[in-house]
Design a protein. Sequence first.
Length: 329
Amino acid sequence: MVFRWGIAGTGRIASDFVDGLRQVPDANVVAVCSRHADTARDFAARRNIPRAHSSYAALAEDPNVDIVYVATPNSRHRDDSEMFMRAGKHVLCEKPFALNARQAESMIATARNERRFIMEAIWSRFLPVYVSLGEVLASQRLGRIHHVAADFGFVAPSQPTHRLNNPSLGGGALLDLGIYCLHLARFVLGGHDSVVAHGDLNDQGVDVDATYTLTYSSGATATLRSTTRHATPCTATITGEHGIIRLESRMHNPPGFRLQLHDGAERYHRYDEPGQGLRHQVPEVHRCIESAFIESPRLTHSETLAYARTMDDIRRQLGVRYDVDGHHQ
């Protein structure tokens, strides 16, 4: 079976994802949409995509599309994803899944009502290097895990209208970068008990630098940082009773990781594979749809909700509010 993909959005991540889809044999990119006809046509021409739509609604109505990759601004993820599902499409939604947990709950409810598949595109989970990391952790060679440290930061453009700086677009370092750090911590340690966050906001009220410490019932801790003010090492360490794992830069898509045990044993896991890493989540999407699943067992709706609730908690502590938060944030 060949799955026919539509692309909602024409930014860099959409272009990269199309490159990834082209490396998956049973994926076919058949359409793209933008709010502007010229933008959609130009993207389609450059990427050799048969159909260009001048509205998101037109893509939703395209009968030749099975799955939509939602790569629109963060502020549109909920509305666009729900529109596509109600039109009978399955959805892979770029992270962050939604601006807050209430939006995420609404999207998941729509998936259940429409019996459509939806997954948050946390592509790190499906990378071969993360699969290997999971196997090493499962082997328990590190023993009990005590601490996870991870950072993700770069210097973002300074224009107030840029999506990372603009609250109306769901800006801030946490939702775009911090989600990767939260993913690693959950991947290693599971769900946390509490989180304490500190950071700085820009003049428009979105986070440009934040550090958050998570505590766990096991006694473990995680110290995570996301920033669009500084270029950070973008590395991560996992400290256990028998040694340390060091993930190389950038920690969400590292070329490898090093396992160093206290007894002197050392192993370097490296992945020099060609191609666009975004493609590794696509076979899981296809497998789930073929199995009539509405969620992936490898990246469940409950996990996505946990990220949304954690980011709500962190934003509340930092003082970051979006219009959609209402009076409940």
